[in-house]
Every structure is written in C-alpha cells, then in structure tokens.
Design a protein around this ligand. Structure first.
Ligand code: MG
Length: 377
C-alpha cells in the first residue's frame, strides 16, 4: 500500500515546509509537525470546538457529535489513511485537528448567516481563511509574537485542504503555492472529513429519529450493500446494533477505497516525489468512480432528509436570526465589542471585526450575548 517515500512530506526541521514565520530552535525530540499538533490542541479556539454545533444543536442530546468530537473522528480516520499510504502521520493529524477551527457557531446554518451578513458589506465569510487568521493572529500564547507560529506545511494545508484559491483573487496567499496541488497529507483531509461526517450523520440522524432504517436502506445503496449480509448474520440482534455493524463496514469500505484509488492515481502518473504530487494535473487523493457515485448518493440523501429537514428548521432559523441581529447591532455600534476588537475597527472595518468576533463564539456564548442584547433593546 505504501507510496514511494519521496511522496511524503519530510519531518526534517530544516525542510522548507517546516519553516515558521518567527524562527525557533529545533526541539530535541519532537518533530516540527508534532509540535504543531501540540500547539493546535492547546489553542483556545480548539477547546471552543466542544461548544460548537456540528449538525445537531445542544437541545438534542449530549452524545451526538460536536465539532470537537467530529474533529477527533476525522483525525482518527485521516491518520489511518496516512499510515497505510506511508505519508507523514503527524502532519496529517495536525491538519485534521485544525481543519474545522475556523467554523462559526451553529454549524452550516451559522456559516451561511455570517456569510450573508458580510455580503451586504461586499465581503465574504470563508472558514479556511478564518482558520488562518485564528492561528496567525487571534491565538495569543507567546510573548515574542502573536499566533501559534505554525509551520508552512500546516498553514498551507489549512488553506488548501478542501479547495483551491486563485492568486489573482487572493494575492495575500501567494506564499502557499497556489498554482500547485497541496501535499497528499493535506489532500486526504477533505476526504477523511467526508467519510467521517457521512457515517456519523447517518448514526446521529438515526438516534435523533429523524432518519429511519428502511428509508436509509432504500436510498443509500452503499449502506444497503453492507446491511443485507449483517442482517442475515445477526437475525436476533437489536436493529440499531445491526445498523452499527453495517455502518462500520461502510466507513471501512470508504477508507479502503480511498487508500487504493490514491495509490493507483500516484502510480498512473508515476509520482515519486512531493514535486510530482504538487505538479500533477489534479489532486491525486480520490475515491474510485464507483464509490464516488455511491458517496454522492449518500450525501444527497443526507441533504434532503437530514440537513434540510423540517425537524431542524427551527434551529436553522434561530441561528440565522441570532447572527443577523447581533451582526447588525454591533456593526452599527462597534463600541459594544470587547476592547481588543474595538481597537481593530479603524484598520479592518466594523463588518470584518464583528464577523471575527461572532465566528469565534460557541453556541452557548452567542445565545447568552443575544439574550443580553434583547434584554437591553
Ligand atoms: Mg469537518
């Protein structure tokens, strides 16, 4: 399974991808990416992921995924894939742990609301760019500089793990090799994310009794493929446990396929070095066409039956209302913001500063802010 060793990002402290903006002496026994993983786990924004909605808000259940536990599932899956392919596991894990750090409260409804609010001011909200602002600016741990001073490889991965950015639109990102593909360690993050949420959301959706087994079996072929043999093997077992057995096999099938297809694509172009990966005509980490089709079918099912279902409409509307009203009130009067944010308004404009403030909040914190705001107005 292992790819040529040259395709792996090097752990050497002197490697250009291990460079930091503020140079630091090498650590006696931790690699640059092990240090970055530690910095991410110790970040305040990382801890706040525990209070941010993934799909289900606080009113559902304490055992559904939060953004933090989702992040840990992505890290687990991504690290397995990196290990099987012989990629840099520490870099992969650091990238997985940081991949959702830029997400606002209230999941995708919150992200949509914040983006809409910014559009009215000619700006956009992009969670990858926000994640970069968090690790470069908002986190304050060191006396000598702001931010976490992460390696170039981790900062590049934060930007490019899920999409490409054009140099014309984003000249400020030019140091991140925008005309090239990211290393495979970054490419697999987005796909590990897809595997993690697709399987987790089927699980939480079932537990929430929004999805039901017959419906999933009818609409999600990839699930039905594994459910039928498990149902035959465990005729006496409770339905949810047979469901679990099938779902575990769905997850494993997606991981197996991603590993095999990525290996195949690397072979097709005979890539032997990181430069080959970077200069490939497209990203090489991928699912096979058959599994990709089944994955998209499952994803479409989740969109229509879970993400956009009527049971979650109330939460989505509440998210949109809370964010829109607070955004509007604070941009109108930025003096209501904490002093450290007020200080940035003249340079960056109230709308960006307010968006930064809101994006950092947990679900509970923004709801508290909203209560206070309603009480005073
Ligand atoms: Mg994610």
């Amino acid at each position: 399974m292992r790819l040529p060793a040259g395709c792996r990002v090097s752990d050497a402290a002197g490697d250009p991808l291990a460079a930091r903006v503020f140079s630091e002496p090498p650590h006696p026994y931790r690699s640059p990416f092990q240090r970055d993983r530690g910095r991410i786990i110790h970040a305040r924004a990382f801890r706040r992921l525990a209070g941010k909605t993934q799909v289900f808000t606080h009113r559902y259940s304490d055992h559904f995924r939060s953004r933090l536990t989702h992040t840990m599932e992505v890290a687990q899956i991504a690290r397995t894939i990196a290990s099987a392919l012989g990629l840099n596991e520490d870099l992969t894990e650091a990238l997985a742990l940081v991949h959702d750090i830029g997400h606002p409260p209230f999941g995708h409804a919150g992200e949509r609301a914040l983006d809409e609010a910014l559009r009215a001011h000619g700006l956009r909200f992009d969670h990858n760019l926000h994640a970069l602002r968090i690790v470069e600016y908002f986190e304050m741990h060191y006396a000598a500089f702001r931010g976490l001073n992460l390696t170039l490889a981790v900062r590049e991965g934060i930007i490019k793990h899920s999409r490409d950015y054009s140099a014309a639109e984003h000249p400020e990102l030019s140091k991140y090799f925008l005309d090239q593909r990211p290393p495979l360690e970054a490419q697999i993050i987005d796909l590990a994310d897809e595997i993690a949420y697709l399987t987790a959301d089927l699980d939480d959706g079932m537990e929430a009794e929004i999805l039901n087994l017959d419906d999933i079996r009818r609409h999600v072929q990839l699930f039905e493929r594994f459910f039928v043999p498990m149902d035959a093997e465990y005729p006496e077992a409770p339905a949810k446990l047979v469901f679990n057995e099938a779902l575990k096999r769905v997850l494993n099938a997606l991981v197996d396929d991603l590993i095999a297809e990525t290996e195949r694509q690397v072979k097709v172009i005979d890539a032997g070095t990181l430069e080959d990966i970077r200069n490939a005509p497209h990203r090489l980490a991928a699912f096979s066409p058959e599994i990709e089709m089944l994955r998209l079918e499952a994803k479409r099912y989740l969109y229509t039956h879970l993400y956009n279902c009527t049971e979650l409409t109330h939460d989505h509307e509440e998210a949109a209302l809370v964010i829109a009203e607070l955004f509007e009130a604070w941009t109108r009067d930025p003096s209501l913001l904490p002093a450290s944010y007020v200080a940035r308004v003249s340079e960056e404009g109230a709308s960006r500063v307010v968006a930064d403030y809101i994006a950092g909040m947990t679900d509970n914190f923004i709801l508290e802010q909203y209560k206070t705001f309603r009480h005073n107005s």
